[in-house]
Design a protein around this ligand. Structure first.
Ligand SMILES: *Cc1c(COP(=O)(O)O)cnc(C)c1O
Length: 377
């Protein structure tokens, strides 16, 4: 059996190696490294895939969030409501701009922000809601859109973990993650569902004025070279990465299906274990399993990880500390106990290996080891 990895990028690359190598080689031969035809083509391909009229590519997912927020005419101290149970980038982009990250706890079922908790956090200064579609499953966008409409707020999606995930609204309308808010932000970090071979990101919107503004912000606040209508940043998707993404986007749905299949295998084998809860699927959203995250008990979590590690099975804790308790964010005045659901989960979740190349033999080995642990416990 091949060594089990948390994420297997080499195995995935080997299957499409000639196509990728040719794409990279073309860029090098053309020497169009910055904003060349591959970057333009990828923007168009993303628009088609996501059914959104404007894609603006950028340097990484964190920049995407920052540029999206910069385009909204906000002022210092304005409040953005988001989840404390996510990767730091979500709150970092808010904090860096002098805006205030205001956290709202997540639903116990599925790791995403709880609309009822959002409602409680709204003040006169609230300007936007920033839901994260964590682990590959969309947040409750019916409720979030409704709250945003009633309070006249922007919705900025953090879809870094949900590229290809689909949400069915109560009226039957189906939209992809990134296509539901005023702006959708995503990342092409190598381990994401659509990953490149370095850093990359994008903002998606169907609002032309926001598209124009984000395009300008991402290139030094400029539409015409050397004329700067605003203060911007330098954030570009590299042409080599765009060429790789143009190849990989064609395989994204298949990649996501492999993840779903592996998740189904885990579910079937682990469902019966009393001390474990397998990830819940919401009926409104597909789940594309950026991560396969189990809940267990606080006593079992670390011993189980250690037990698996001894058998050559890596695990990860997404996330060990909720954002409101991160040291660097203490100035916002949050304390332990503020978001009990997120706090409890940081002590009881673990994620099993999840990628597109897991064999049944590996999955069976992992599940057997988990079962063995609980037989002993
Ligand atoms: C990865 C990630 C980001 C940041 O993306 P980078 O490309 O690494 O900057 C933001 N939010 C979430 C939820 C992520 O998982």
């Amino acid at each position: 059996m091949e060594k089990i990895q948390m994420v297997d990028l080499t195995g995935q690359y080997n299957k499409i190696r000639s196509e990728i190598d040719a794409a990279i080689s073309n860029v090098i031969t053309s020497a169009a490294f910055i904003n060349g035809p591959e970057v333009k083509a990828f923007g168009k391909n993303l628009e088609t895939y996501l059914n959104v009229s404007h894609a603006i590519t950028c340097g990484n997912g964190t920049d995407a969030l920052q540029i999206a927020l910069m385009s909204l005419n906000l002022k210092e101290g304005d409040e953005i409501i988001t989840t404390p149970f996510t990767f730091i980038a979500t709150a970092e982009a808010i904090a860096l701009l002098g805006l205030k990250p205001v956290f709202a706890d997540i639903s116990p079922c599925c790791f995403n922000i709880d609309p009822a908790e959002i409602e409680k956090q709204i003040t006169k200064k609230t300007k936007a809601i920033l839901p994260v579609h964590l682990f590959g499953q969309c947040a409750n966008m019916d409720a979030i859109t409704d709250i945003a409409d009633r309070h006249n707020l922007y919705v900025i999606e953090d879809a870094a973990q949900a590229m290809g995930s689909e949400y069915t609204f109560s009226d039957g309308l189906v939209k992809k993650a990134c296509a539901m808010g005023h702006i959708g932000c995503t990342s092409f970090y190598p381990s994401k569902n659509l990953g490149c071979f370095g850093d990359g990101g994008a903002m998606l919107t169907s609002i032309p004025e926001l598209a124009e503004k984000m395009q300008s912000i991402a290139q030094h606040g400029s539409a015409v070279k050397y004329y700067h209508e605003r203060i911007g940043v330098n954030s570009r998707l590299d042409a080599l990465q765009a060429a790789i993404l143009n190849v990989k986007l064609k395989y994204l749905d298949r990649y996501n299906q492999s993840r779903v299949k592996a998740a189904g295998y885990y579910d079937k084998e682990l469902e019966g274990i009393e001390q474990l809860t397998v990830p819940k699927r919401m009926k409104q959203s597909t789940h594309i399993f950026h991560a396969y995250t189990l809940k267990t008990t606080a006593q079992d979590r670390d011993p189980l990880c250690k037990f698996l590690k001894k058998r050559g099975i890596p695990t990860m804790i997404y996330y060990p500390v909720p954002l409101h308790l991160q040291k660097g964010y203490s100035k916002y005045g949050y304390k332990k106990g503020d978001f009990p659901v997120s706090e409890a989960l940081t002590g009881s979740v673990l994620s099993l290996p999840m990628h597109t190349e897991l064999s049944n033999e590996q999955l069976q080995y992992i599940c057997n080891a988990v079962r063995e642990y609980f037989k002993k416990a």
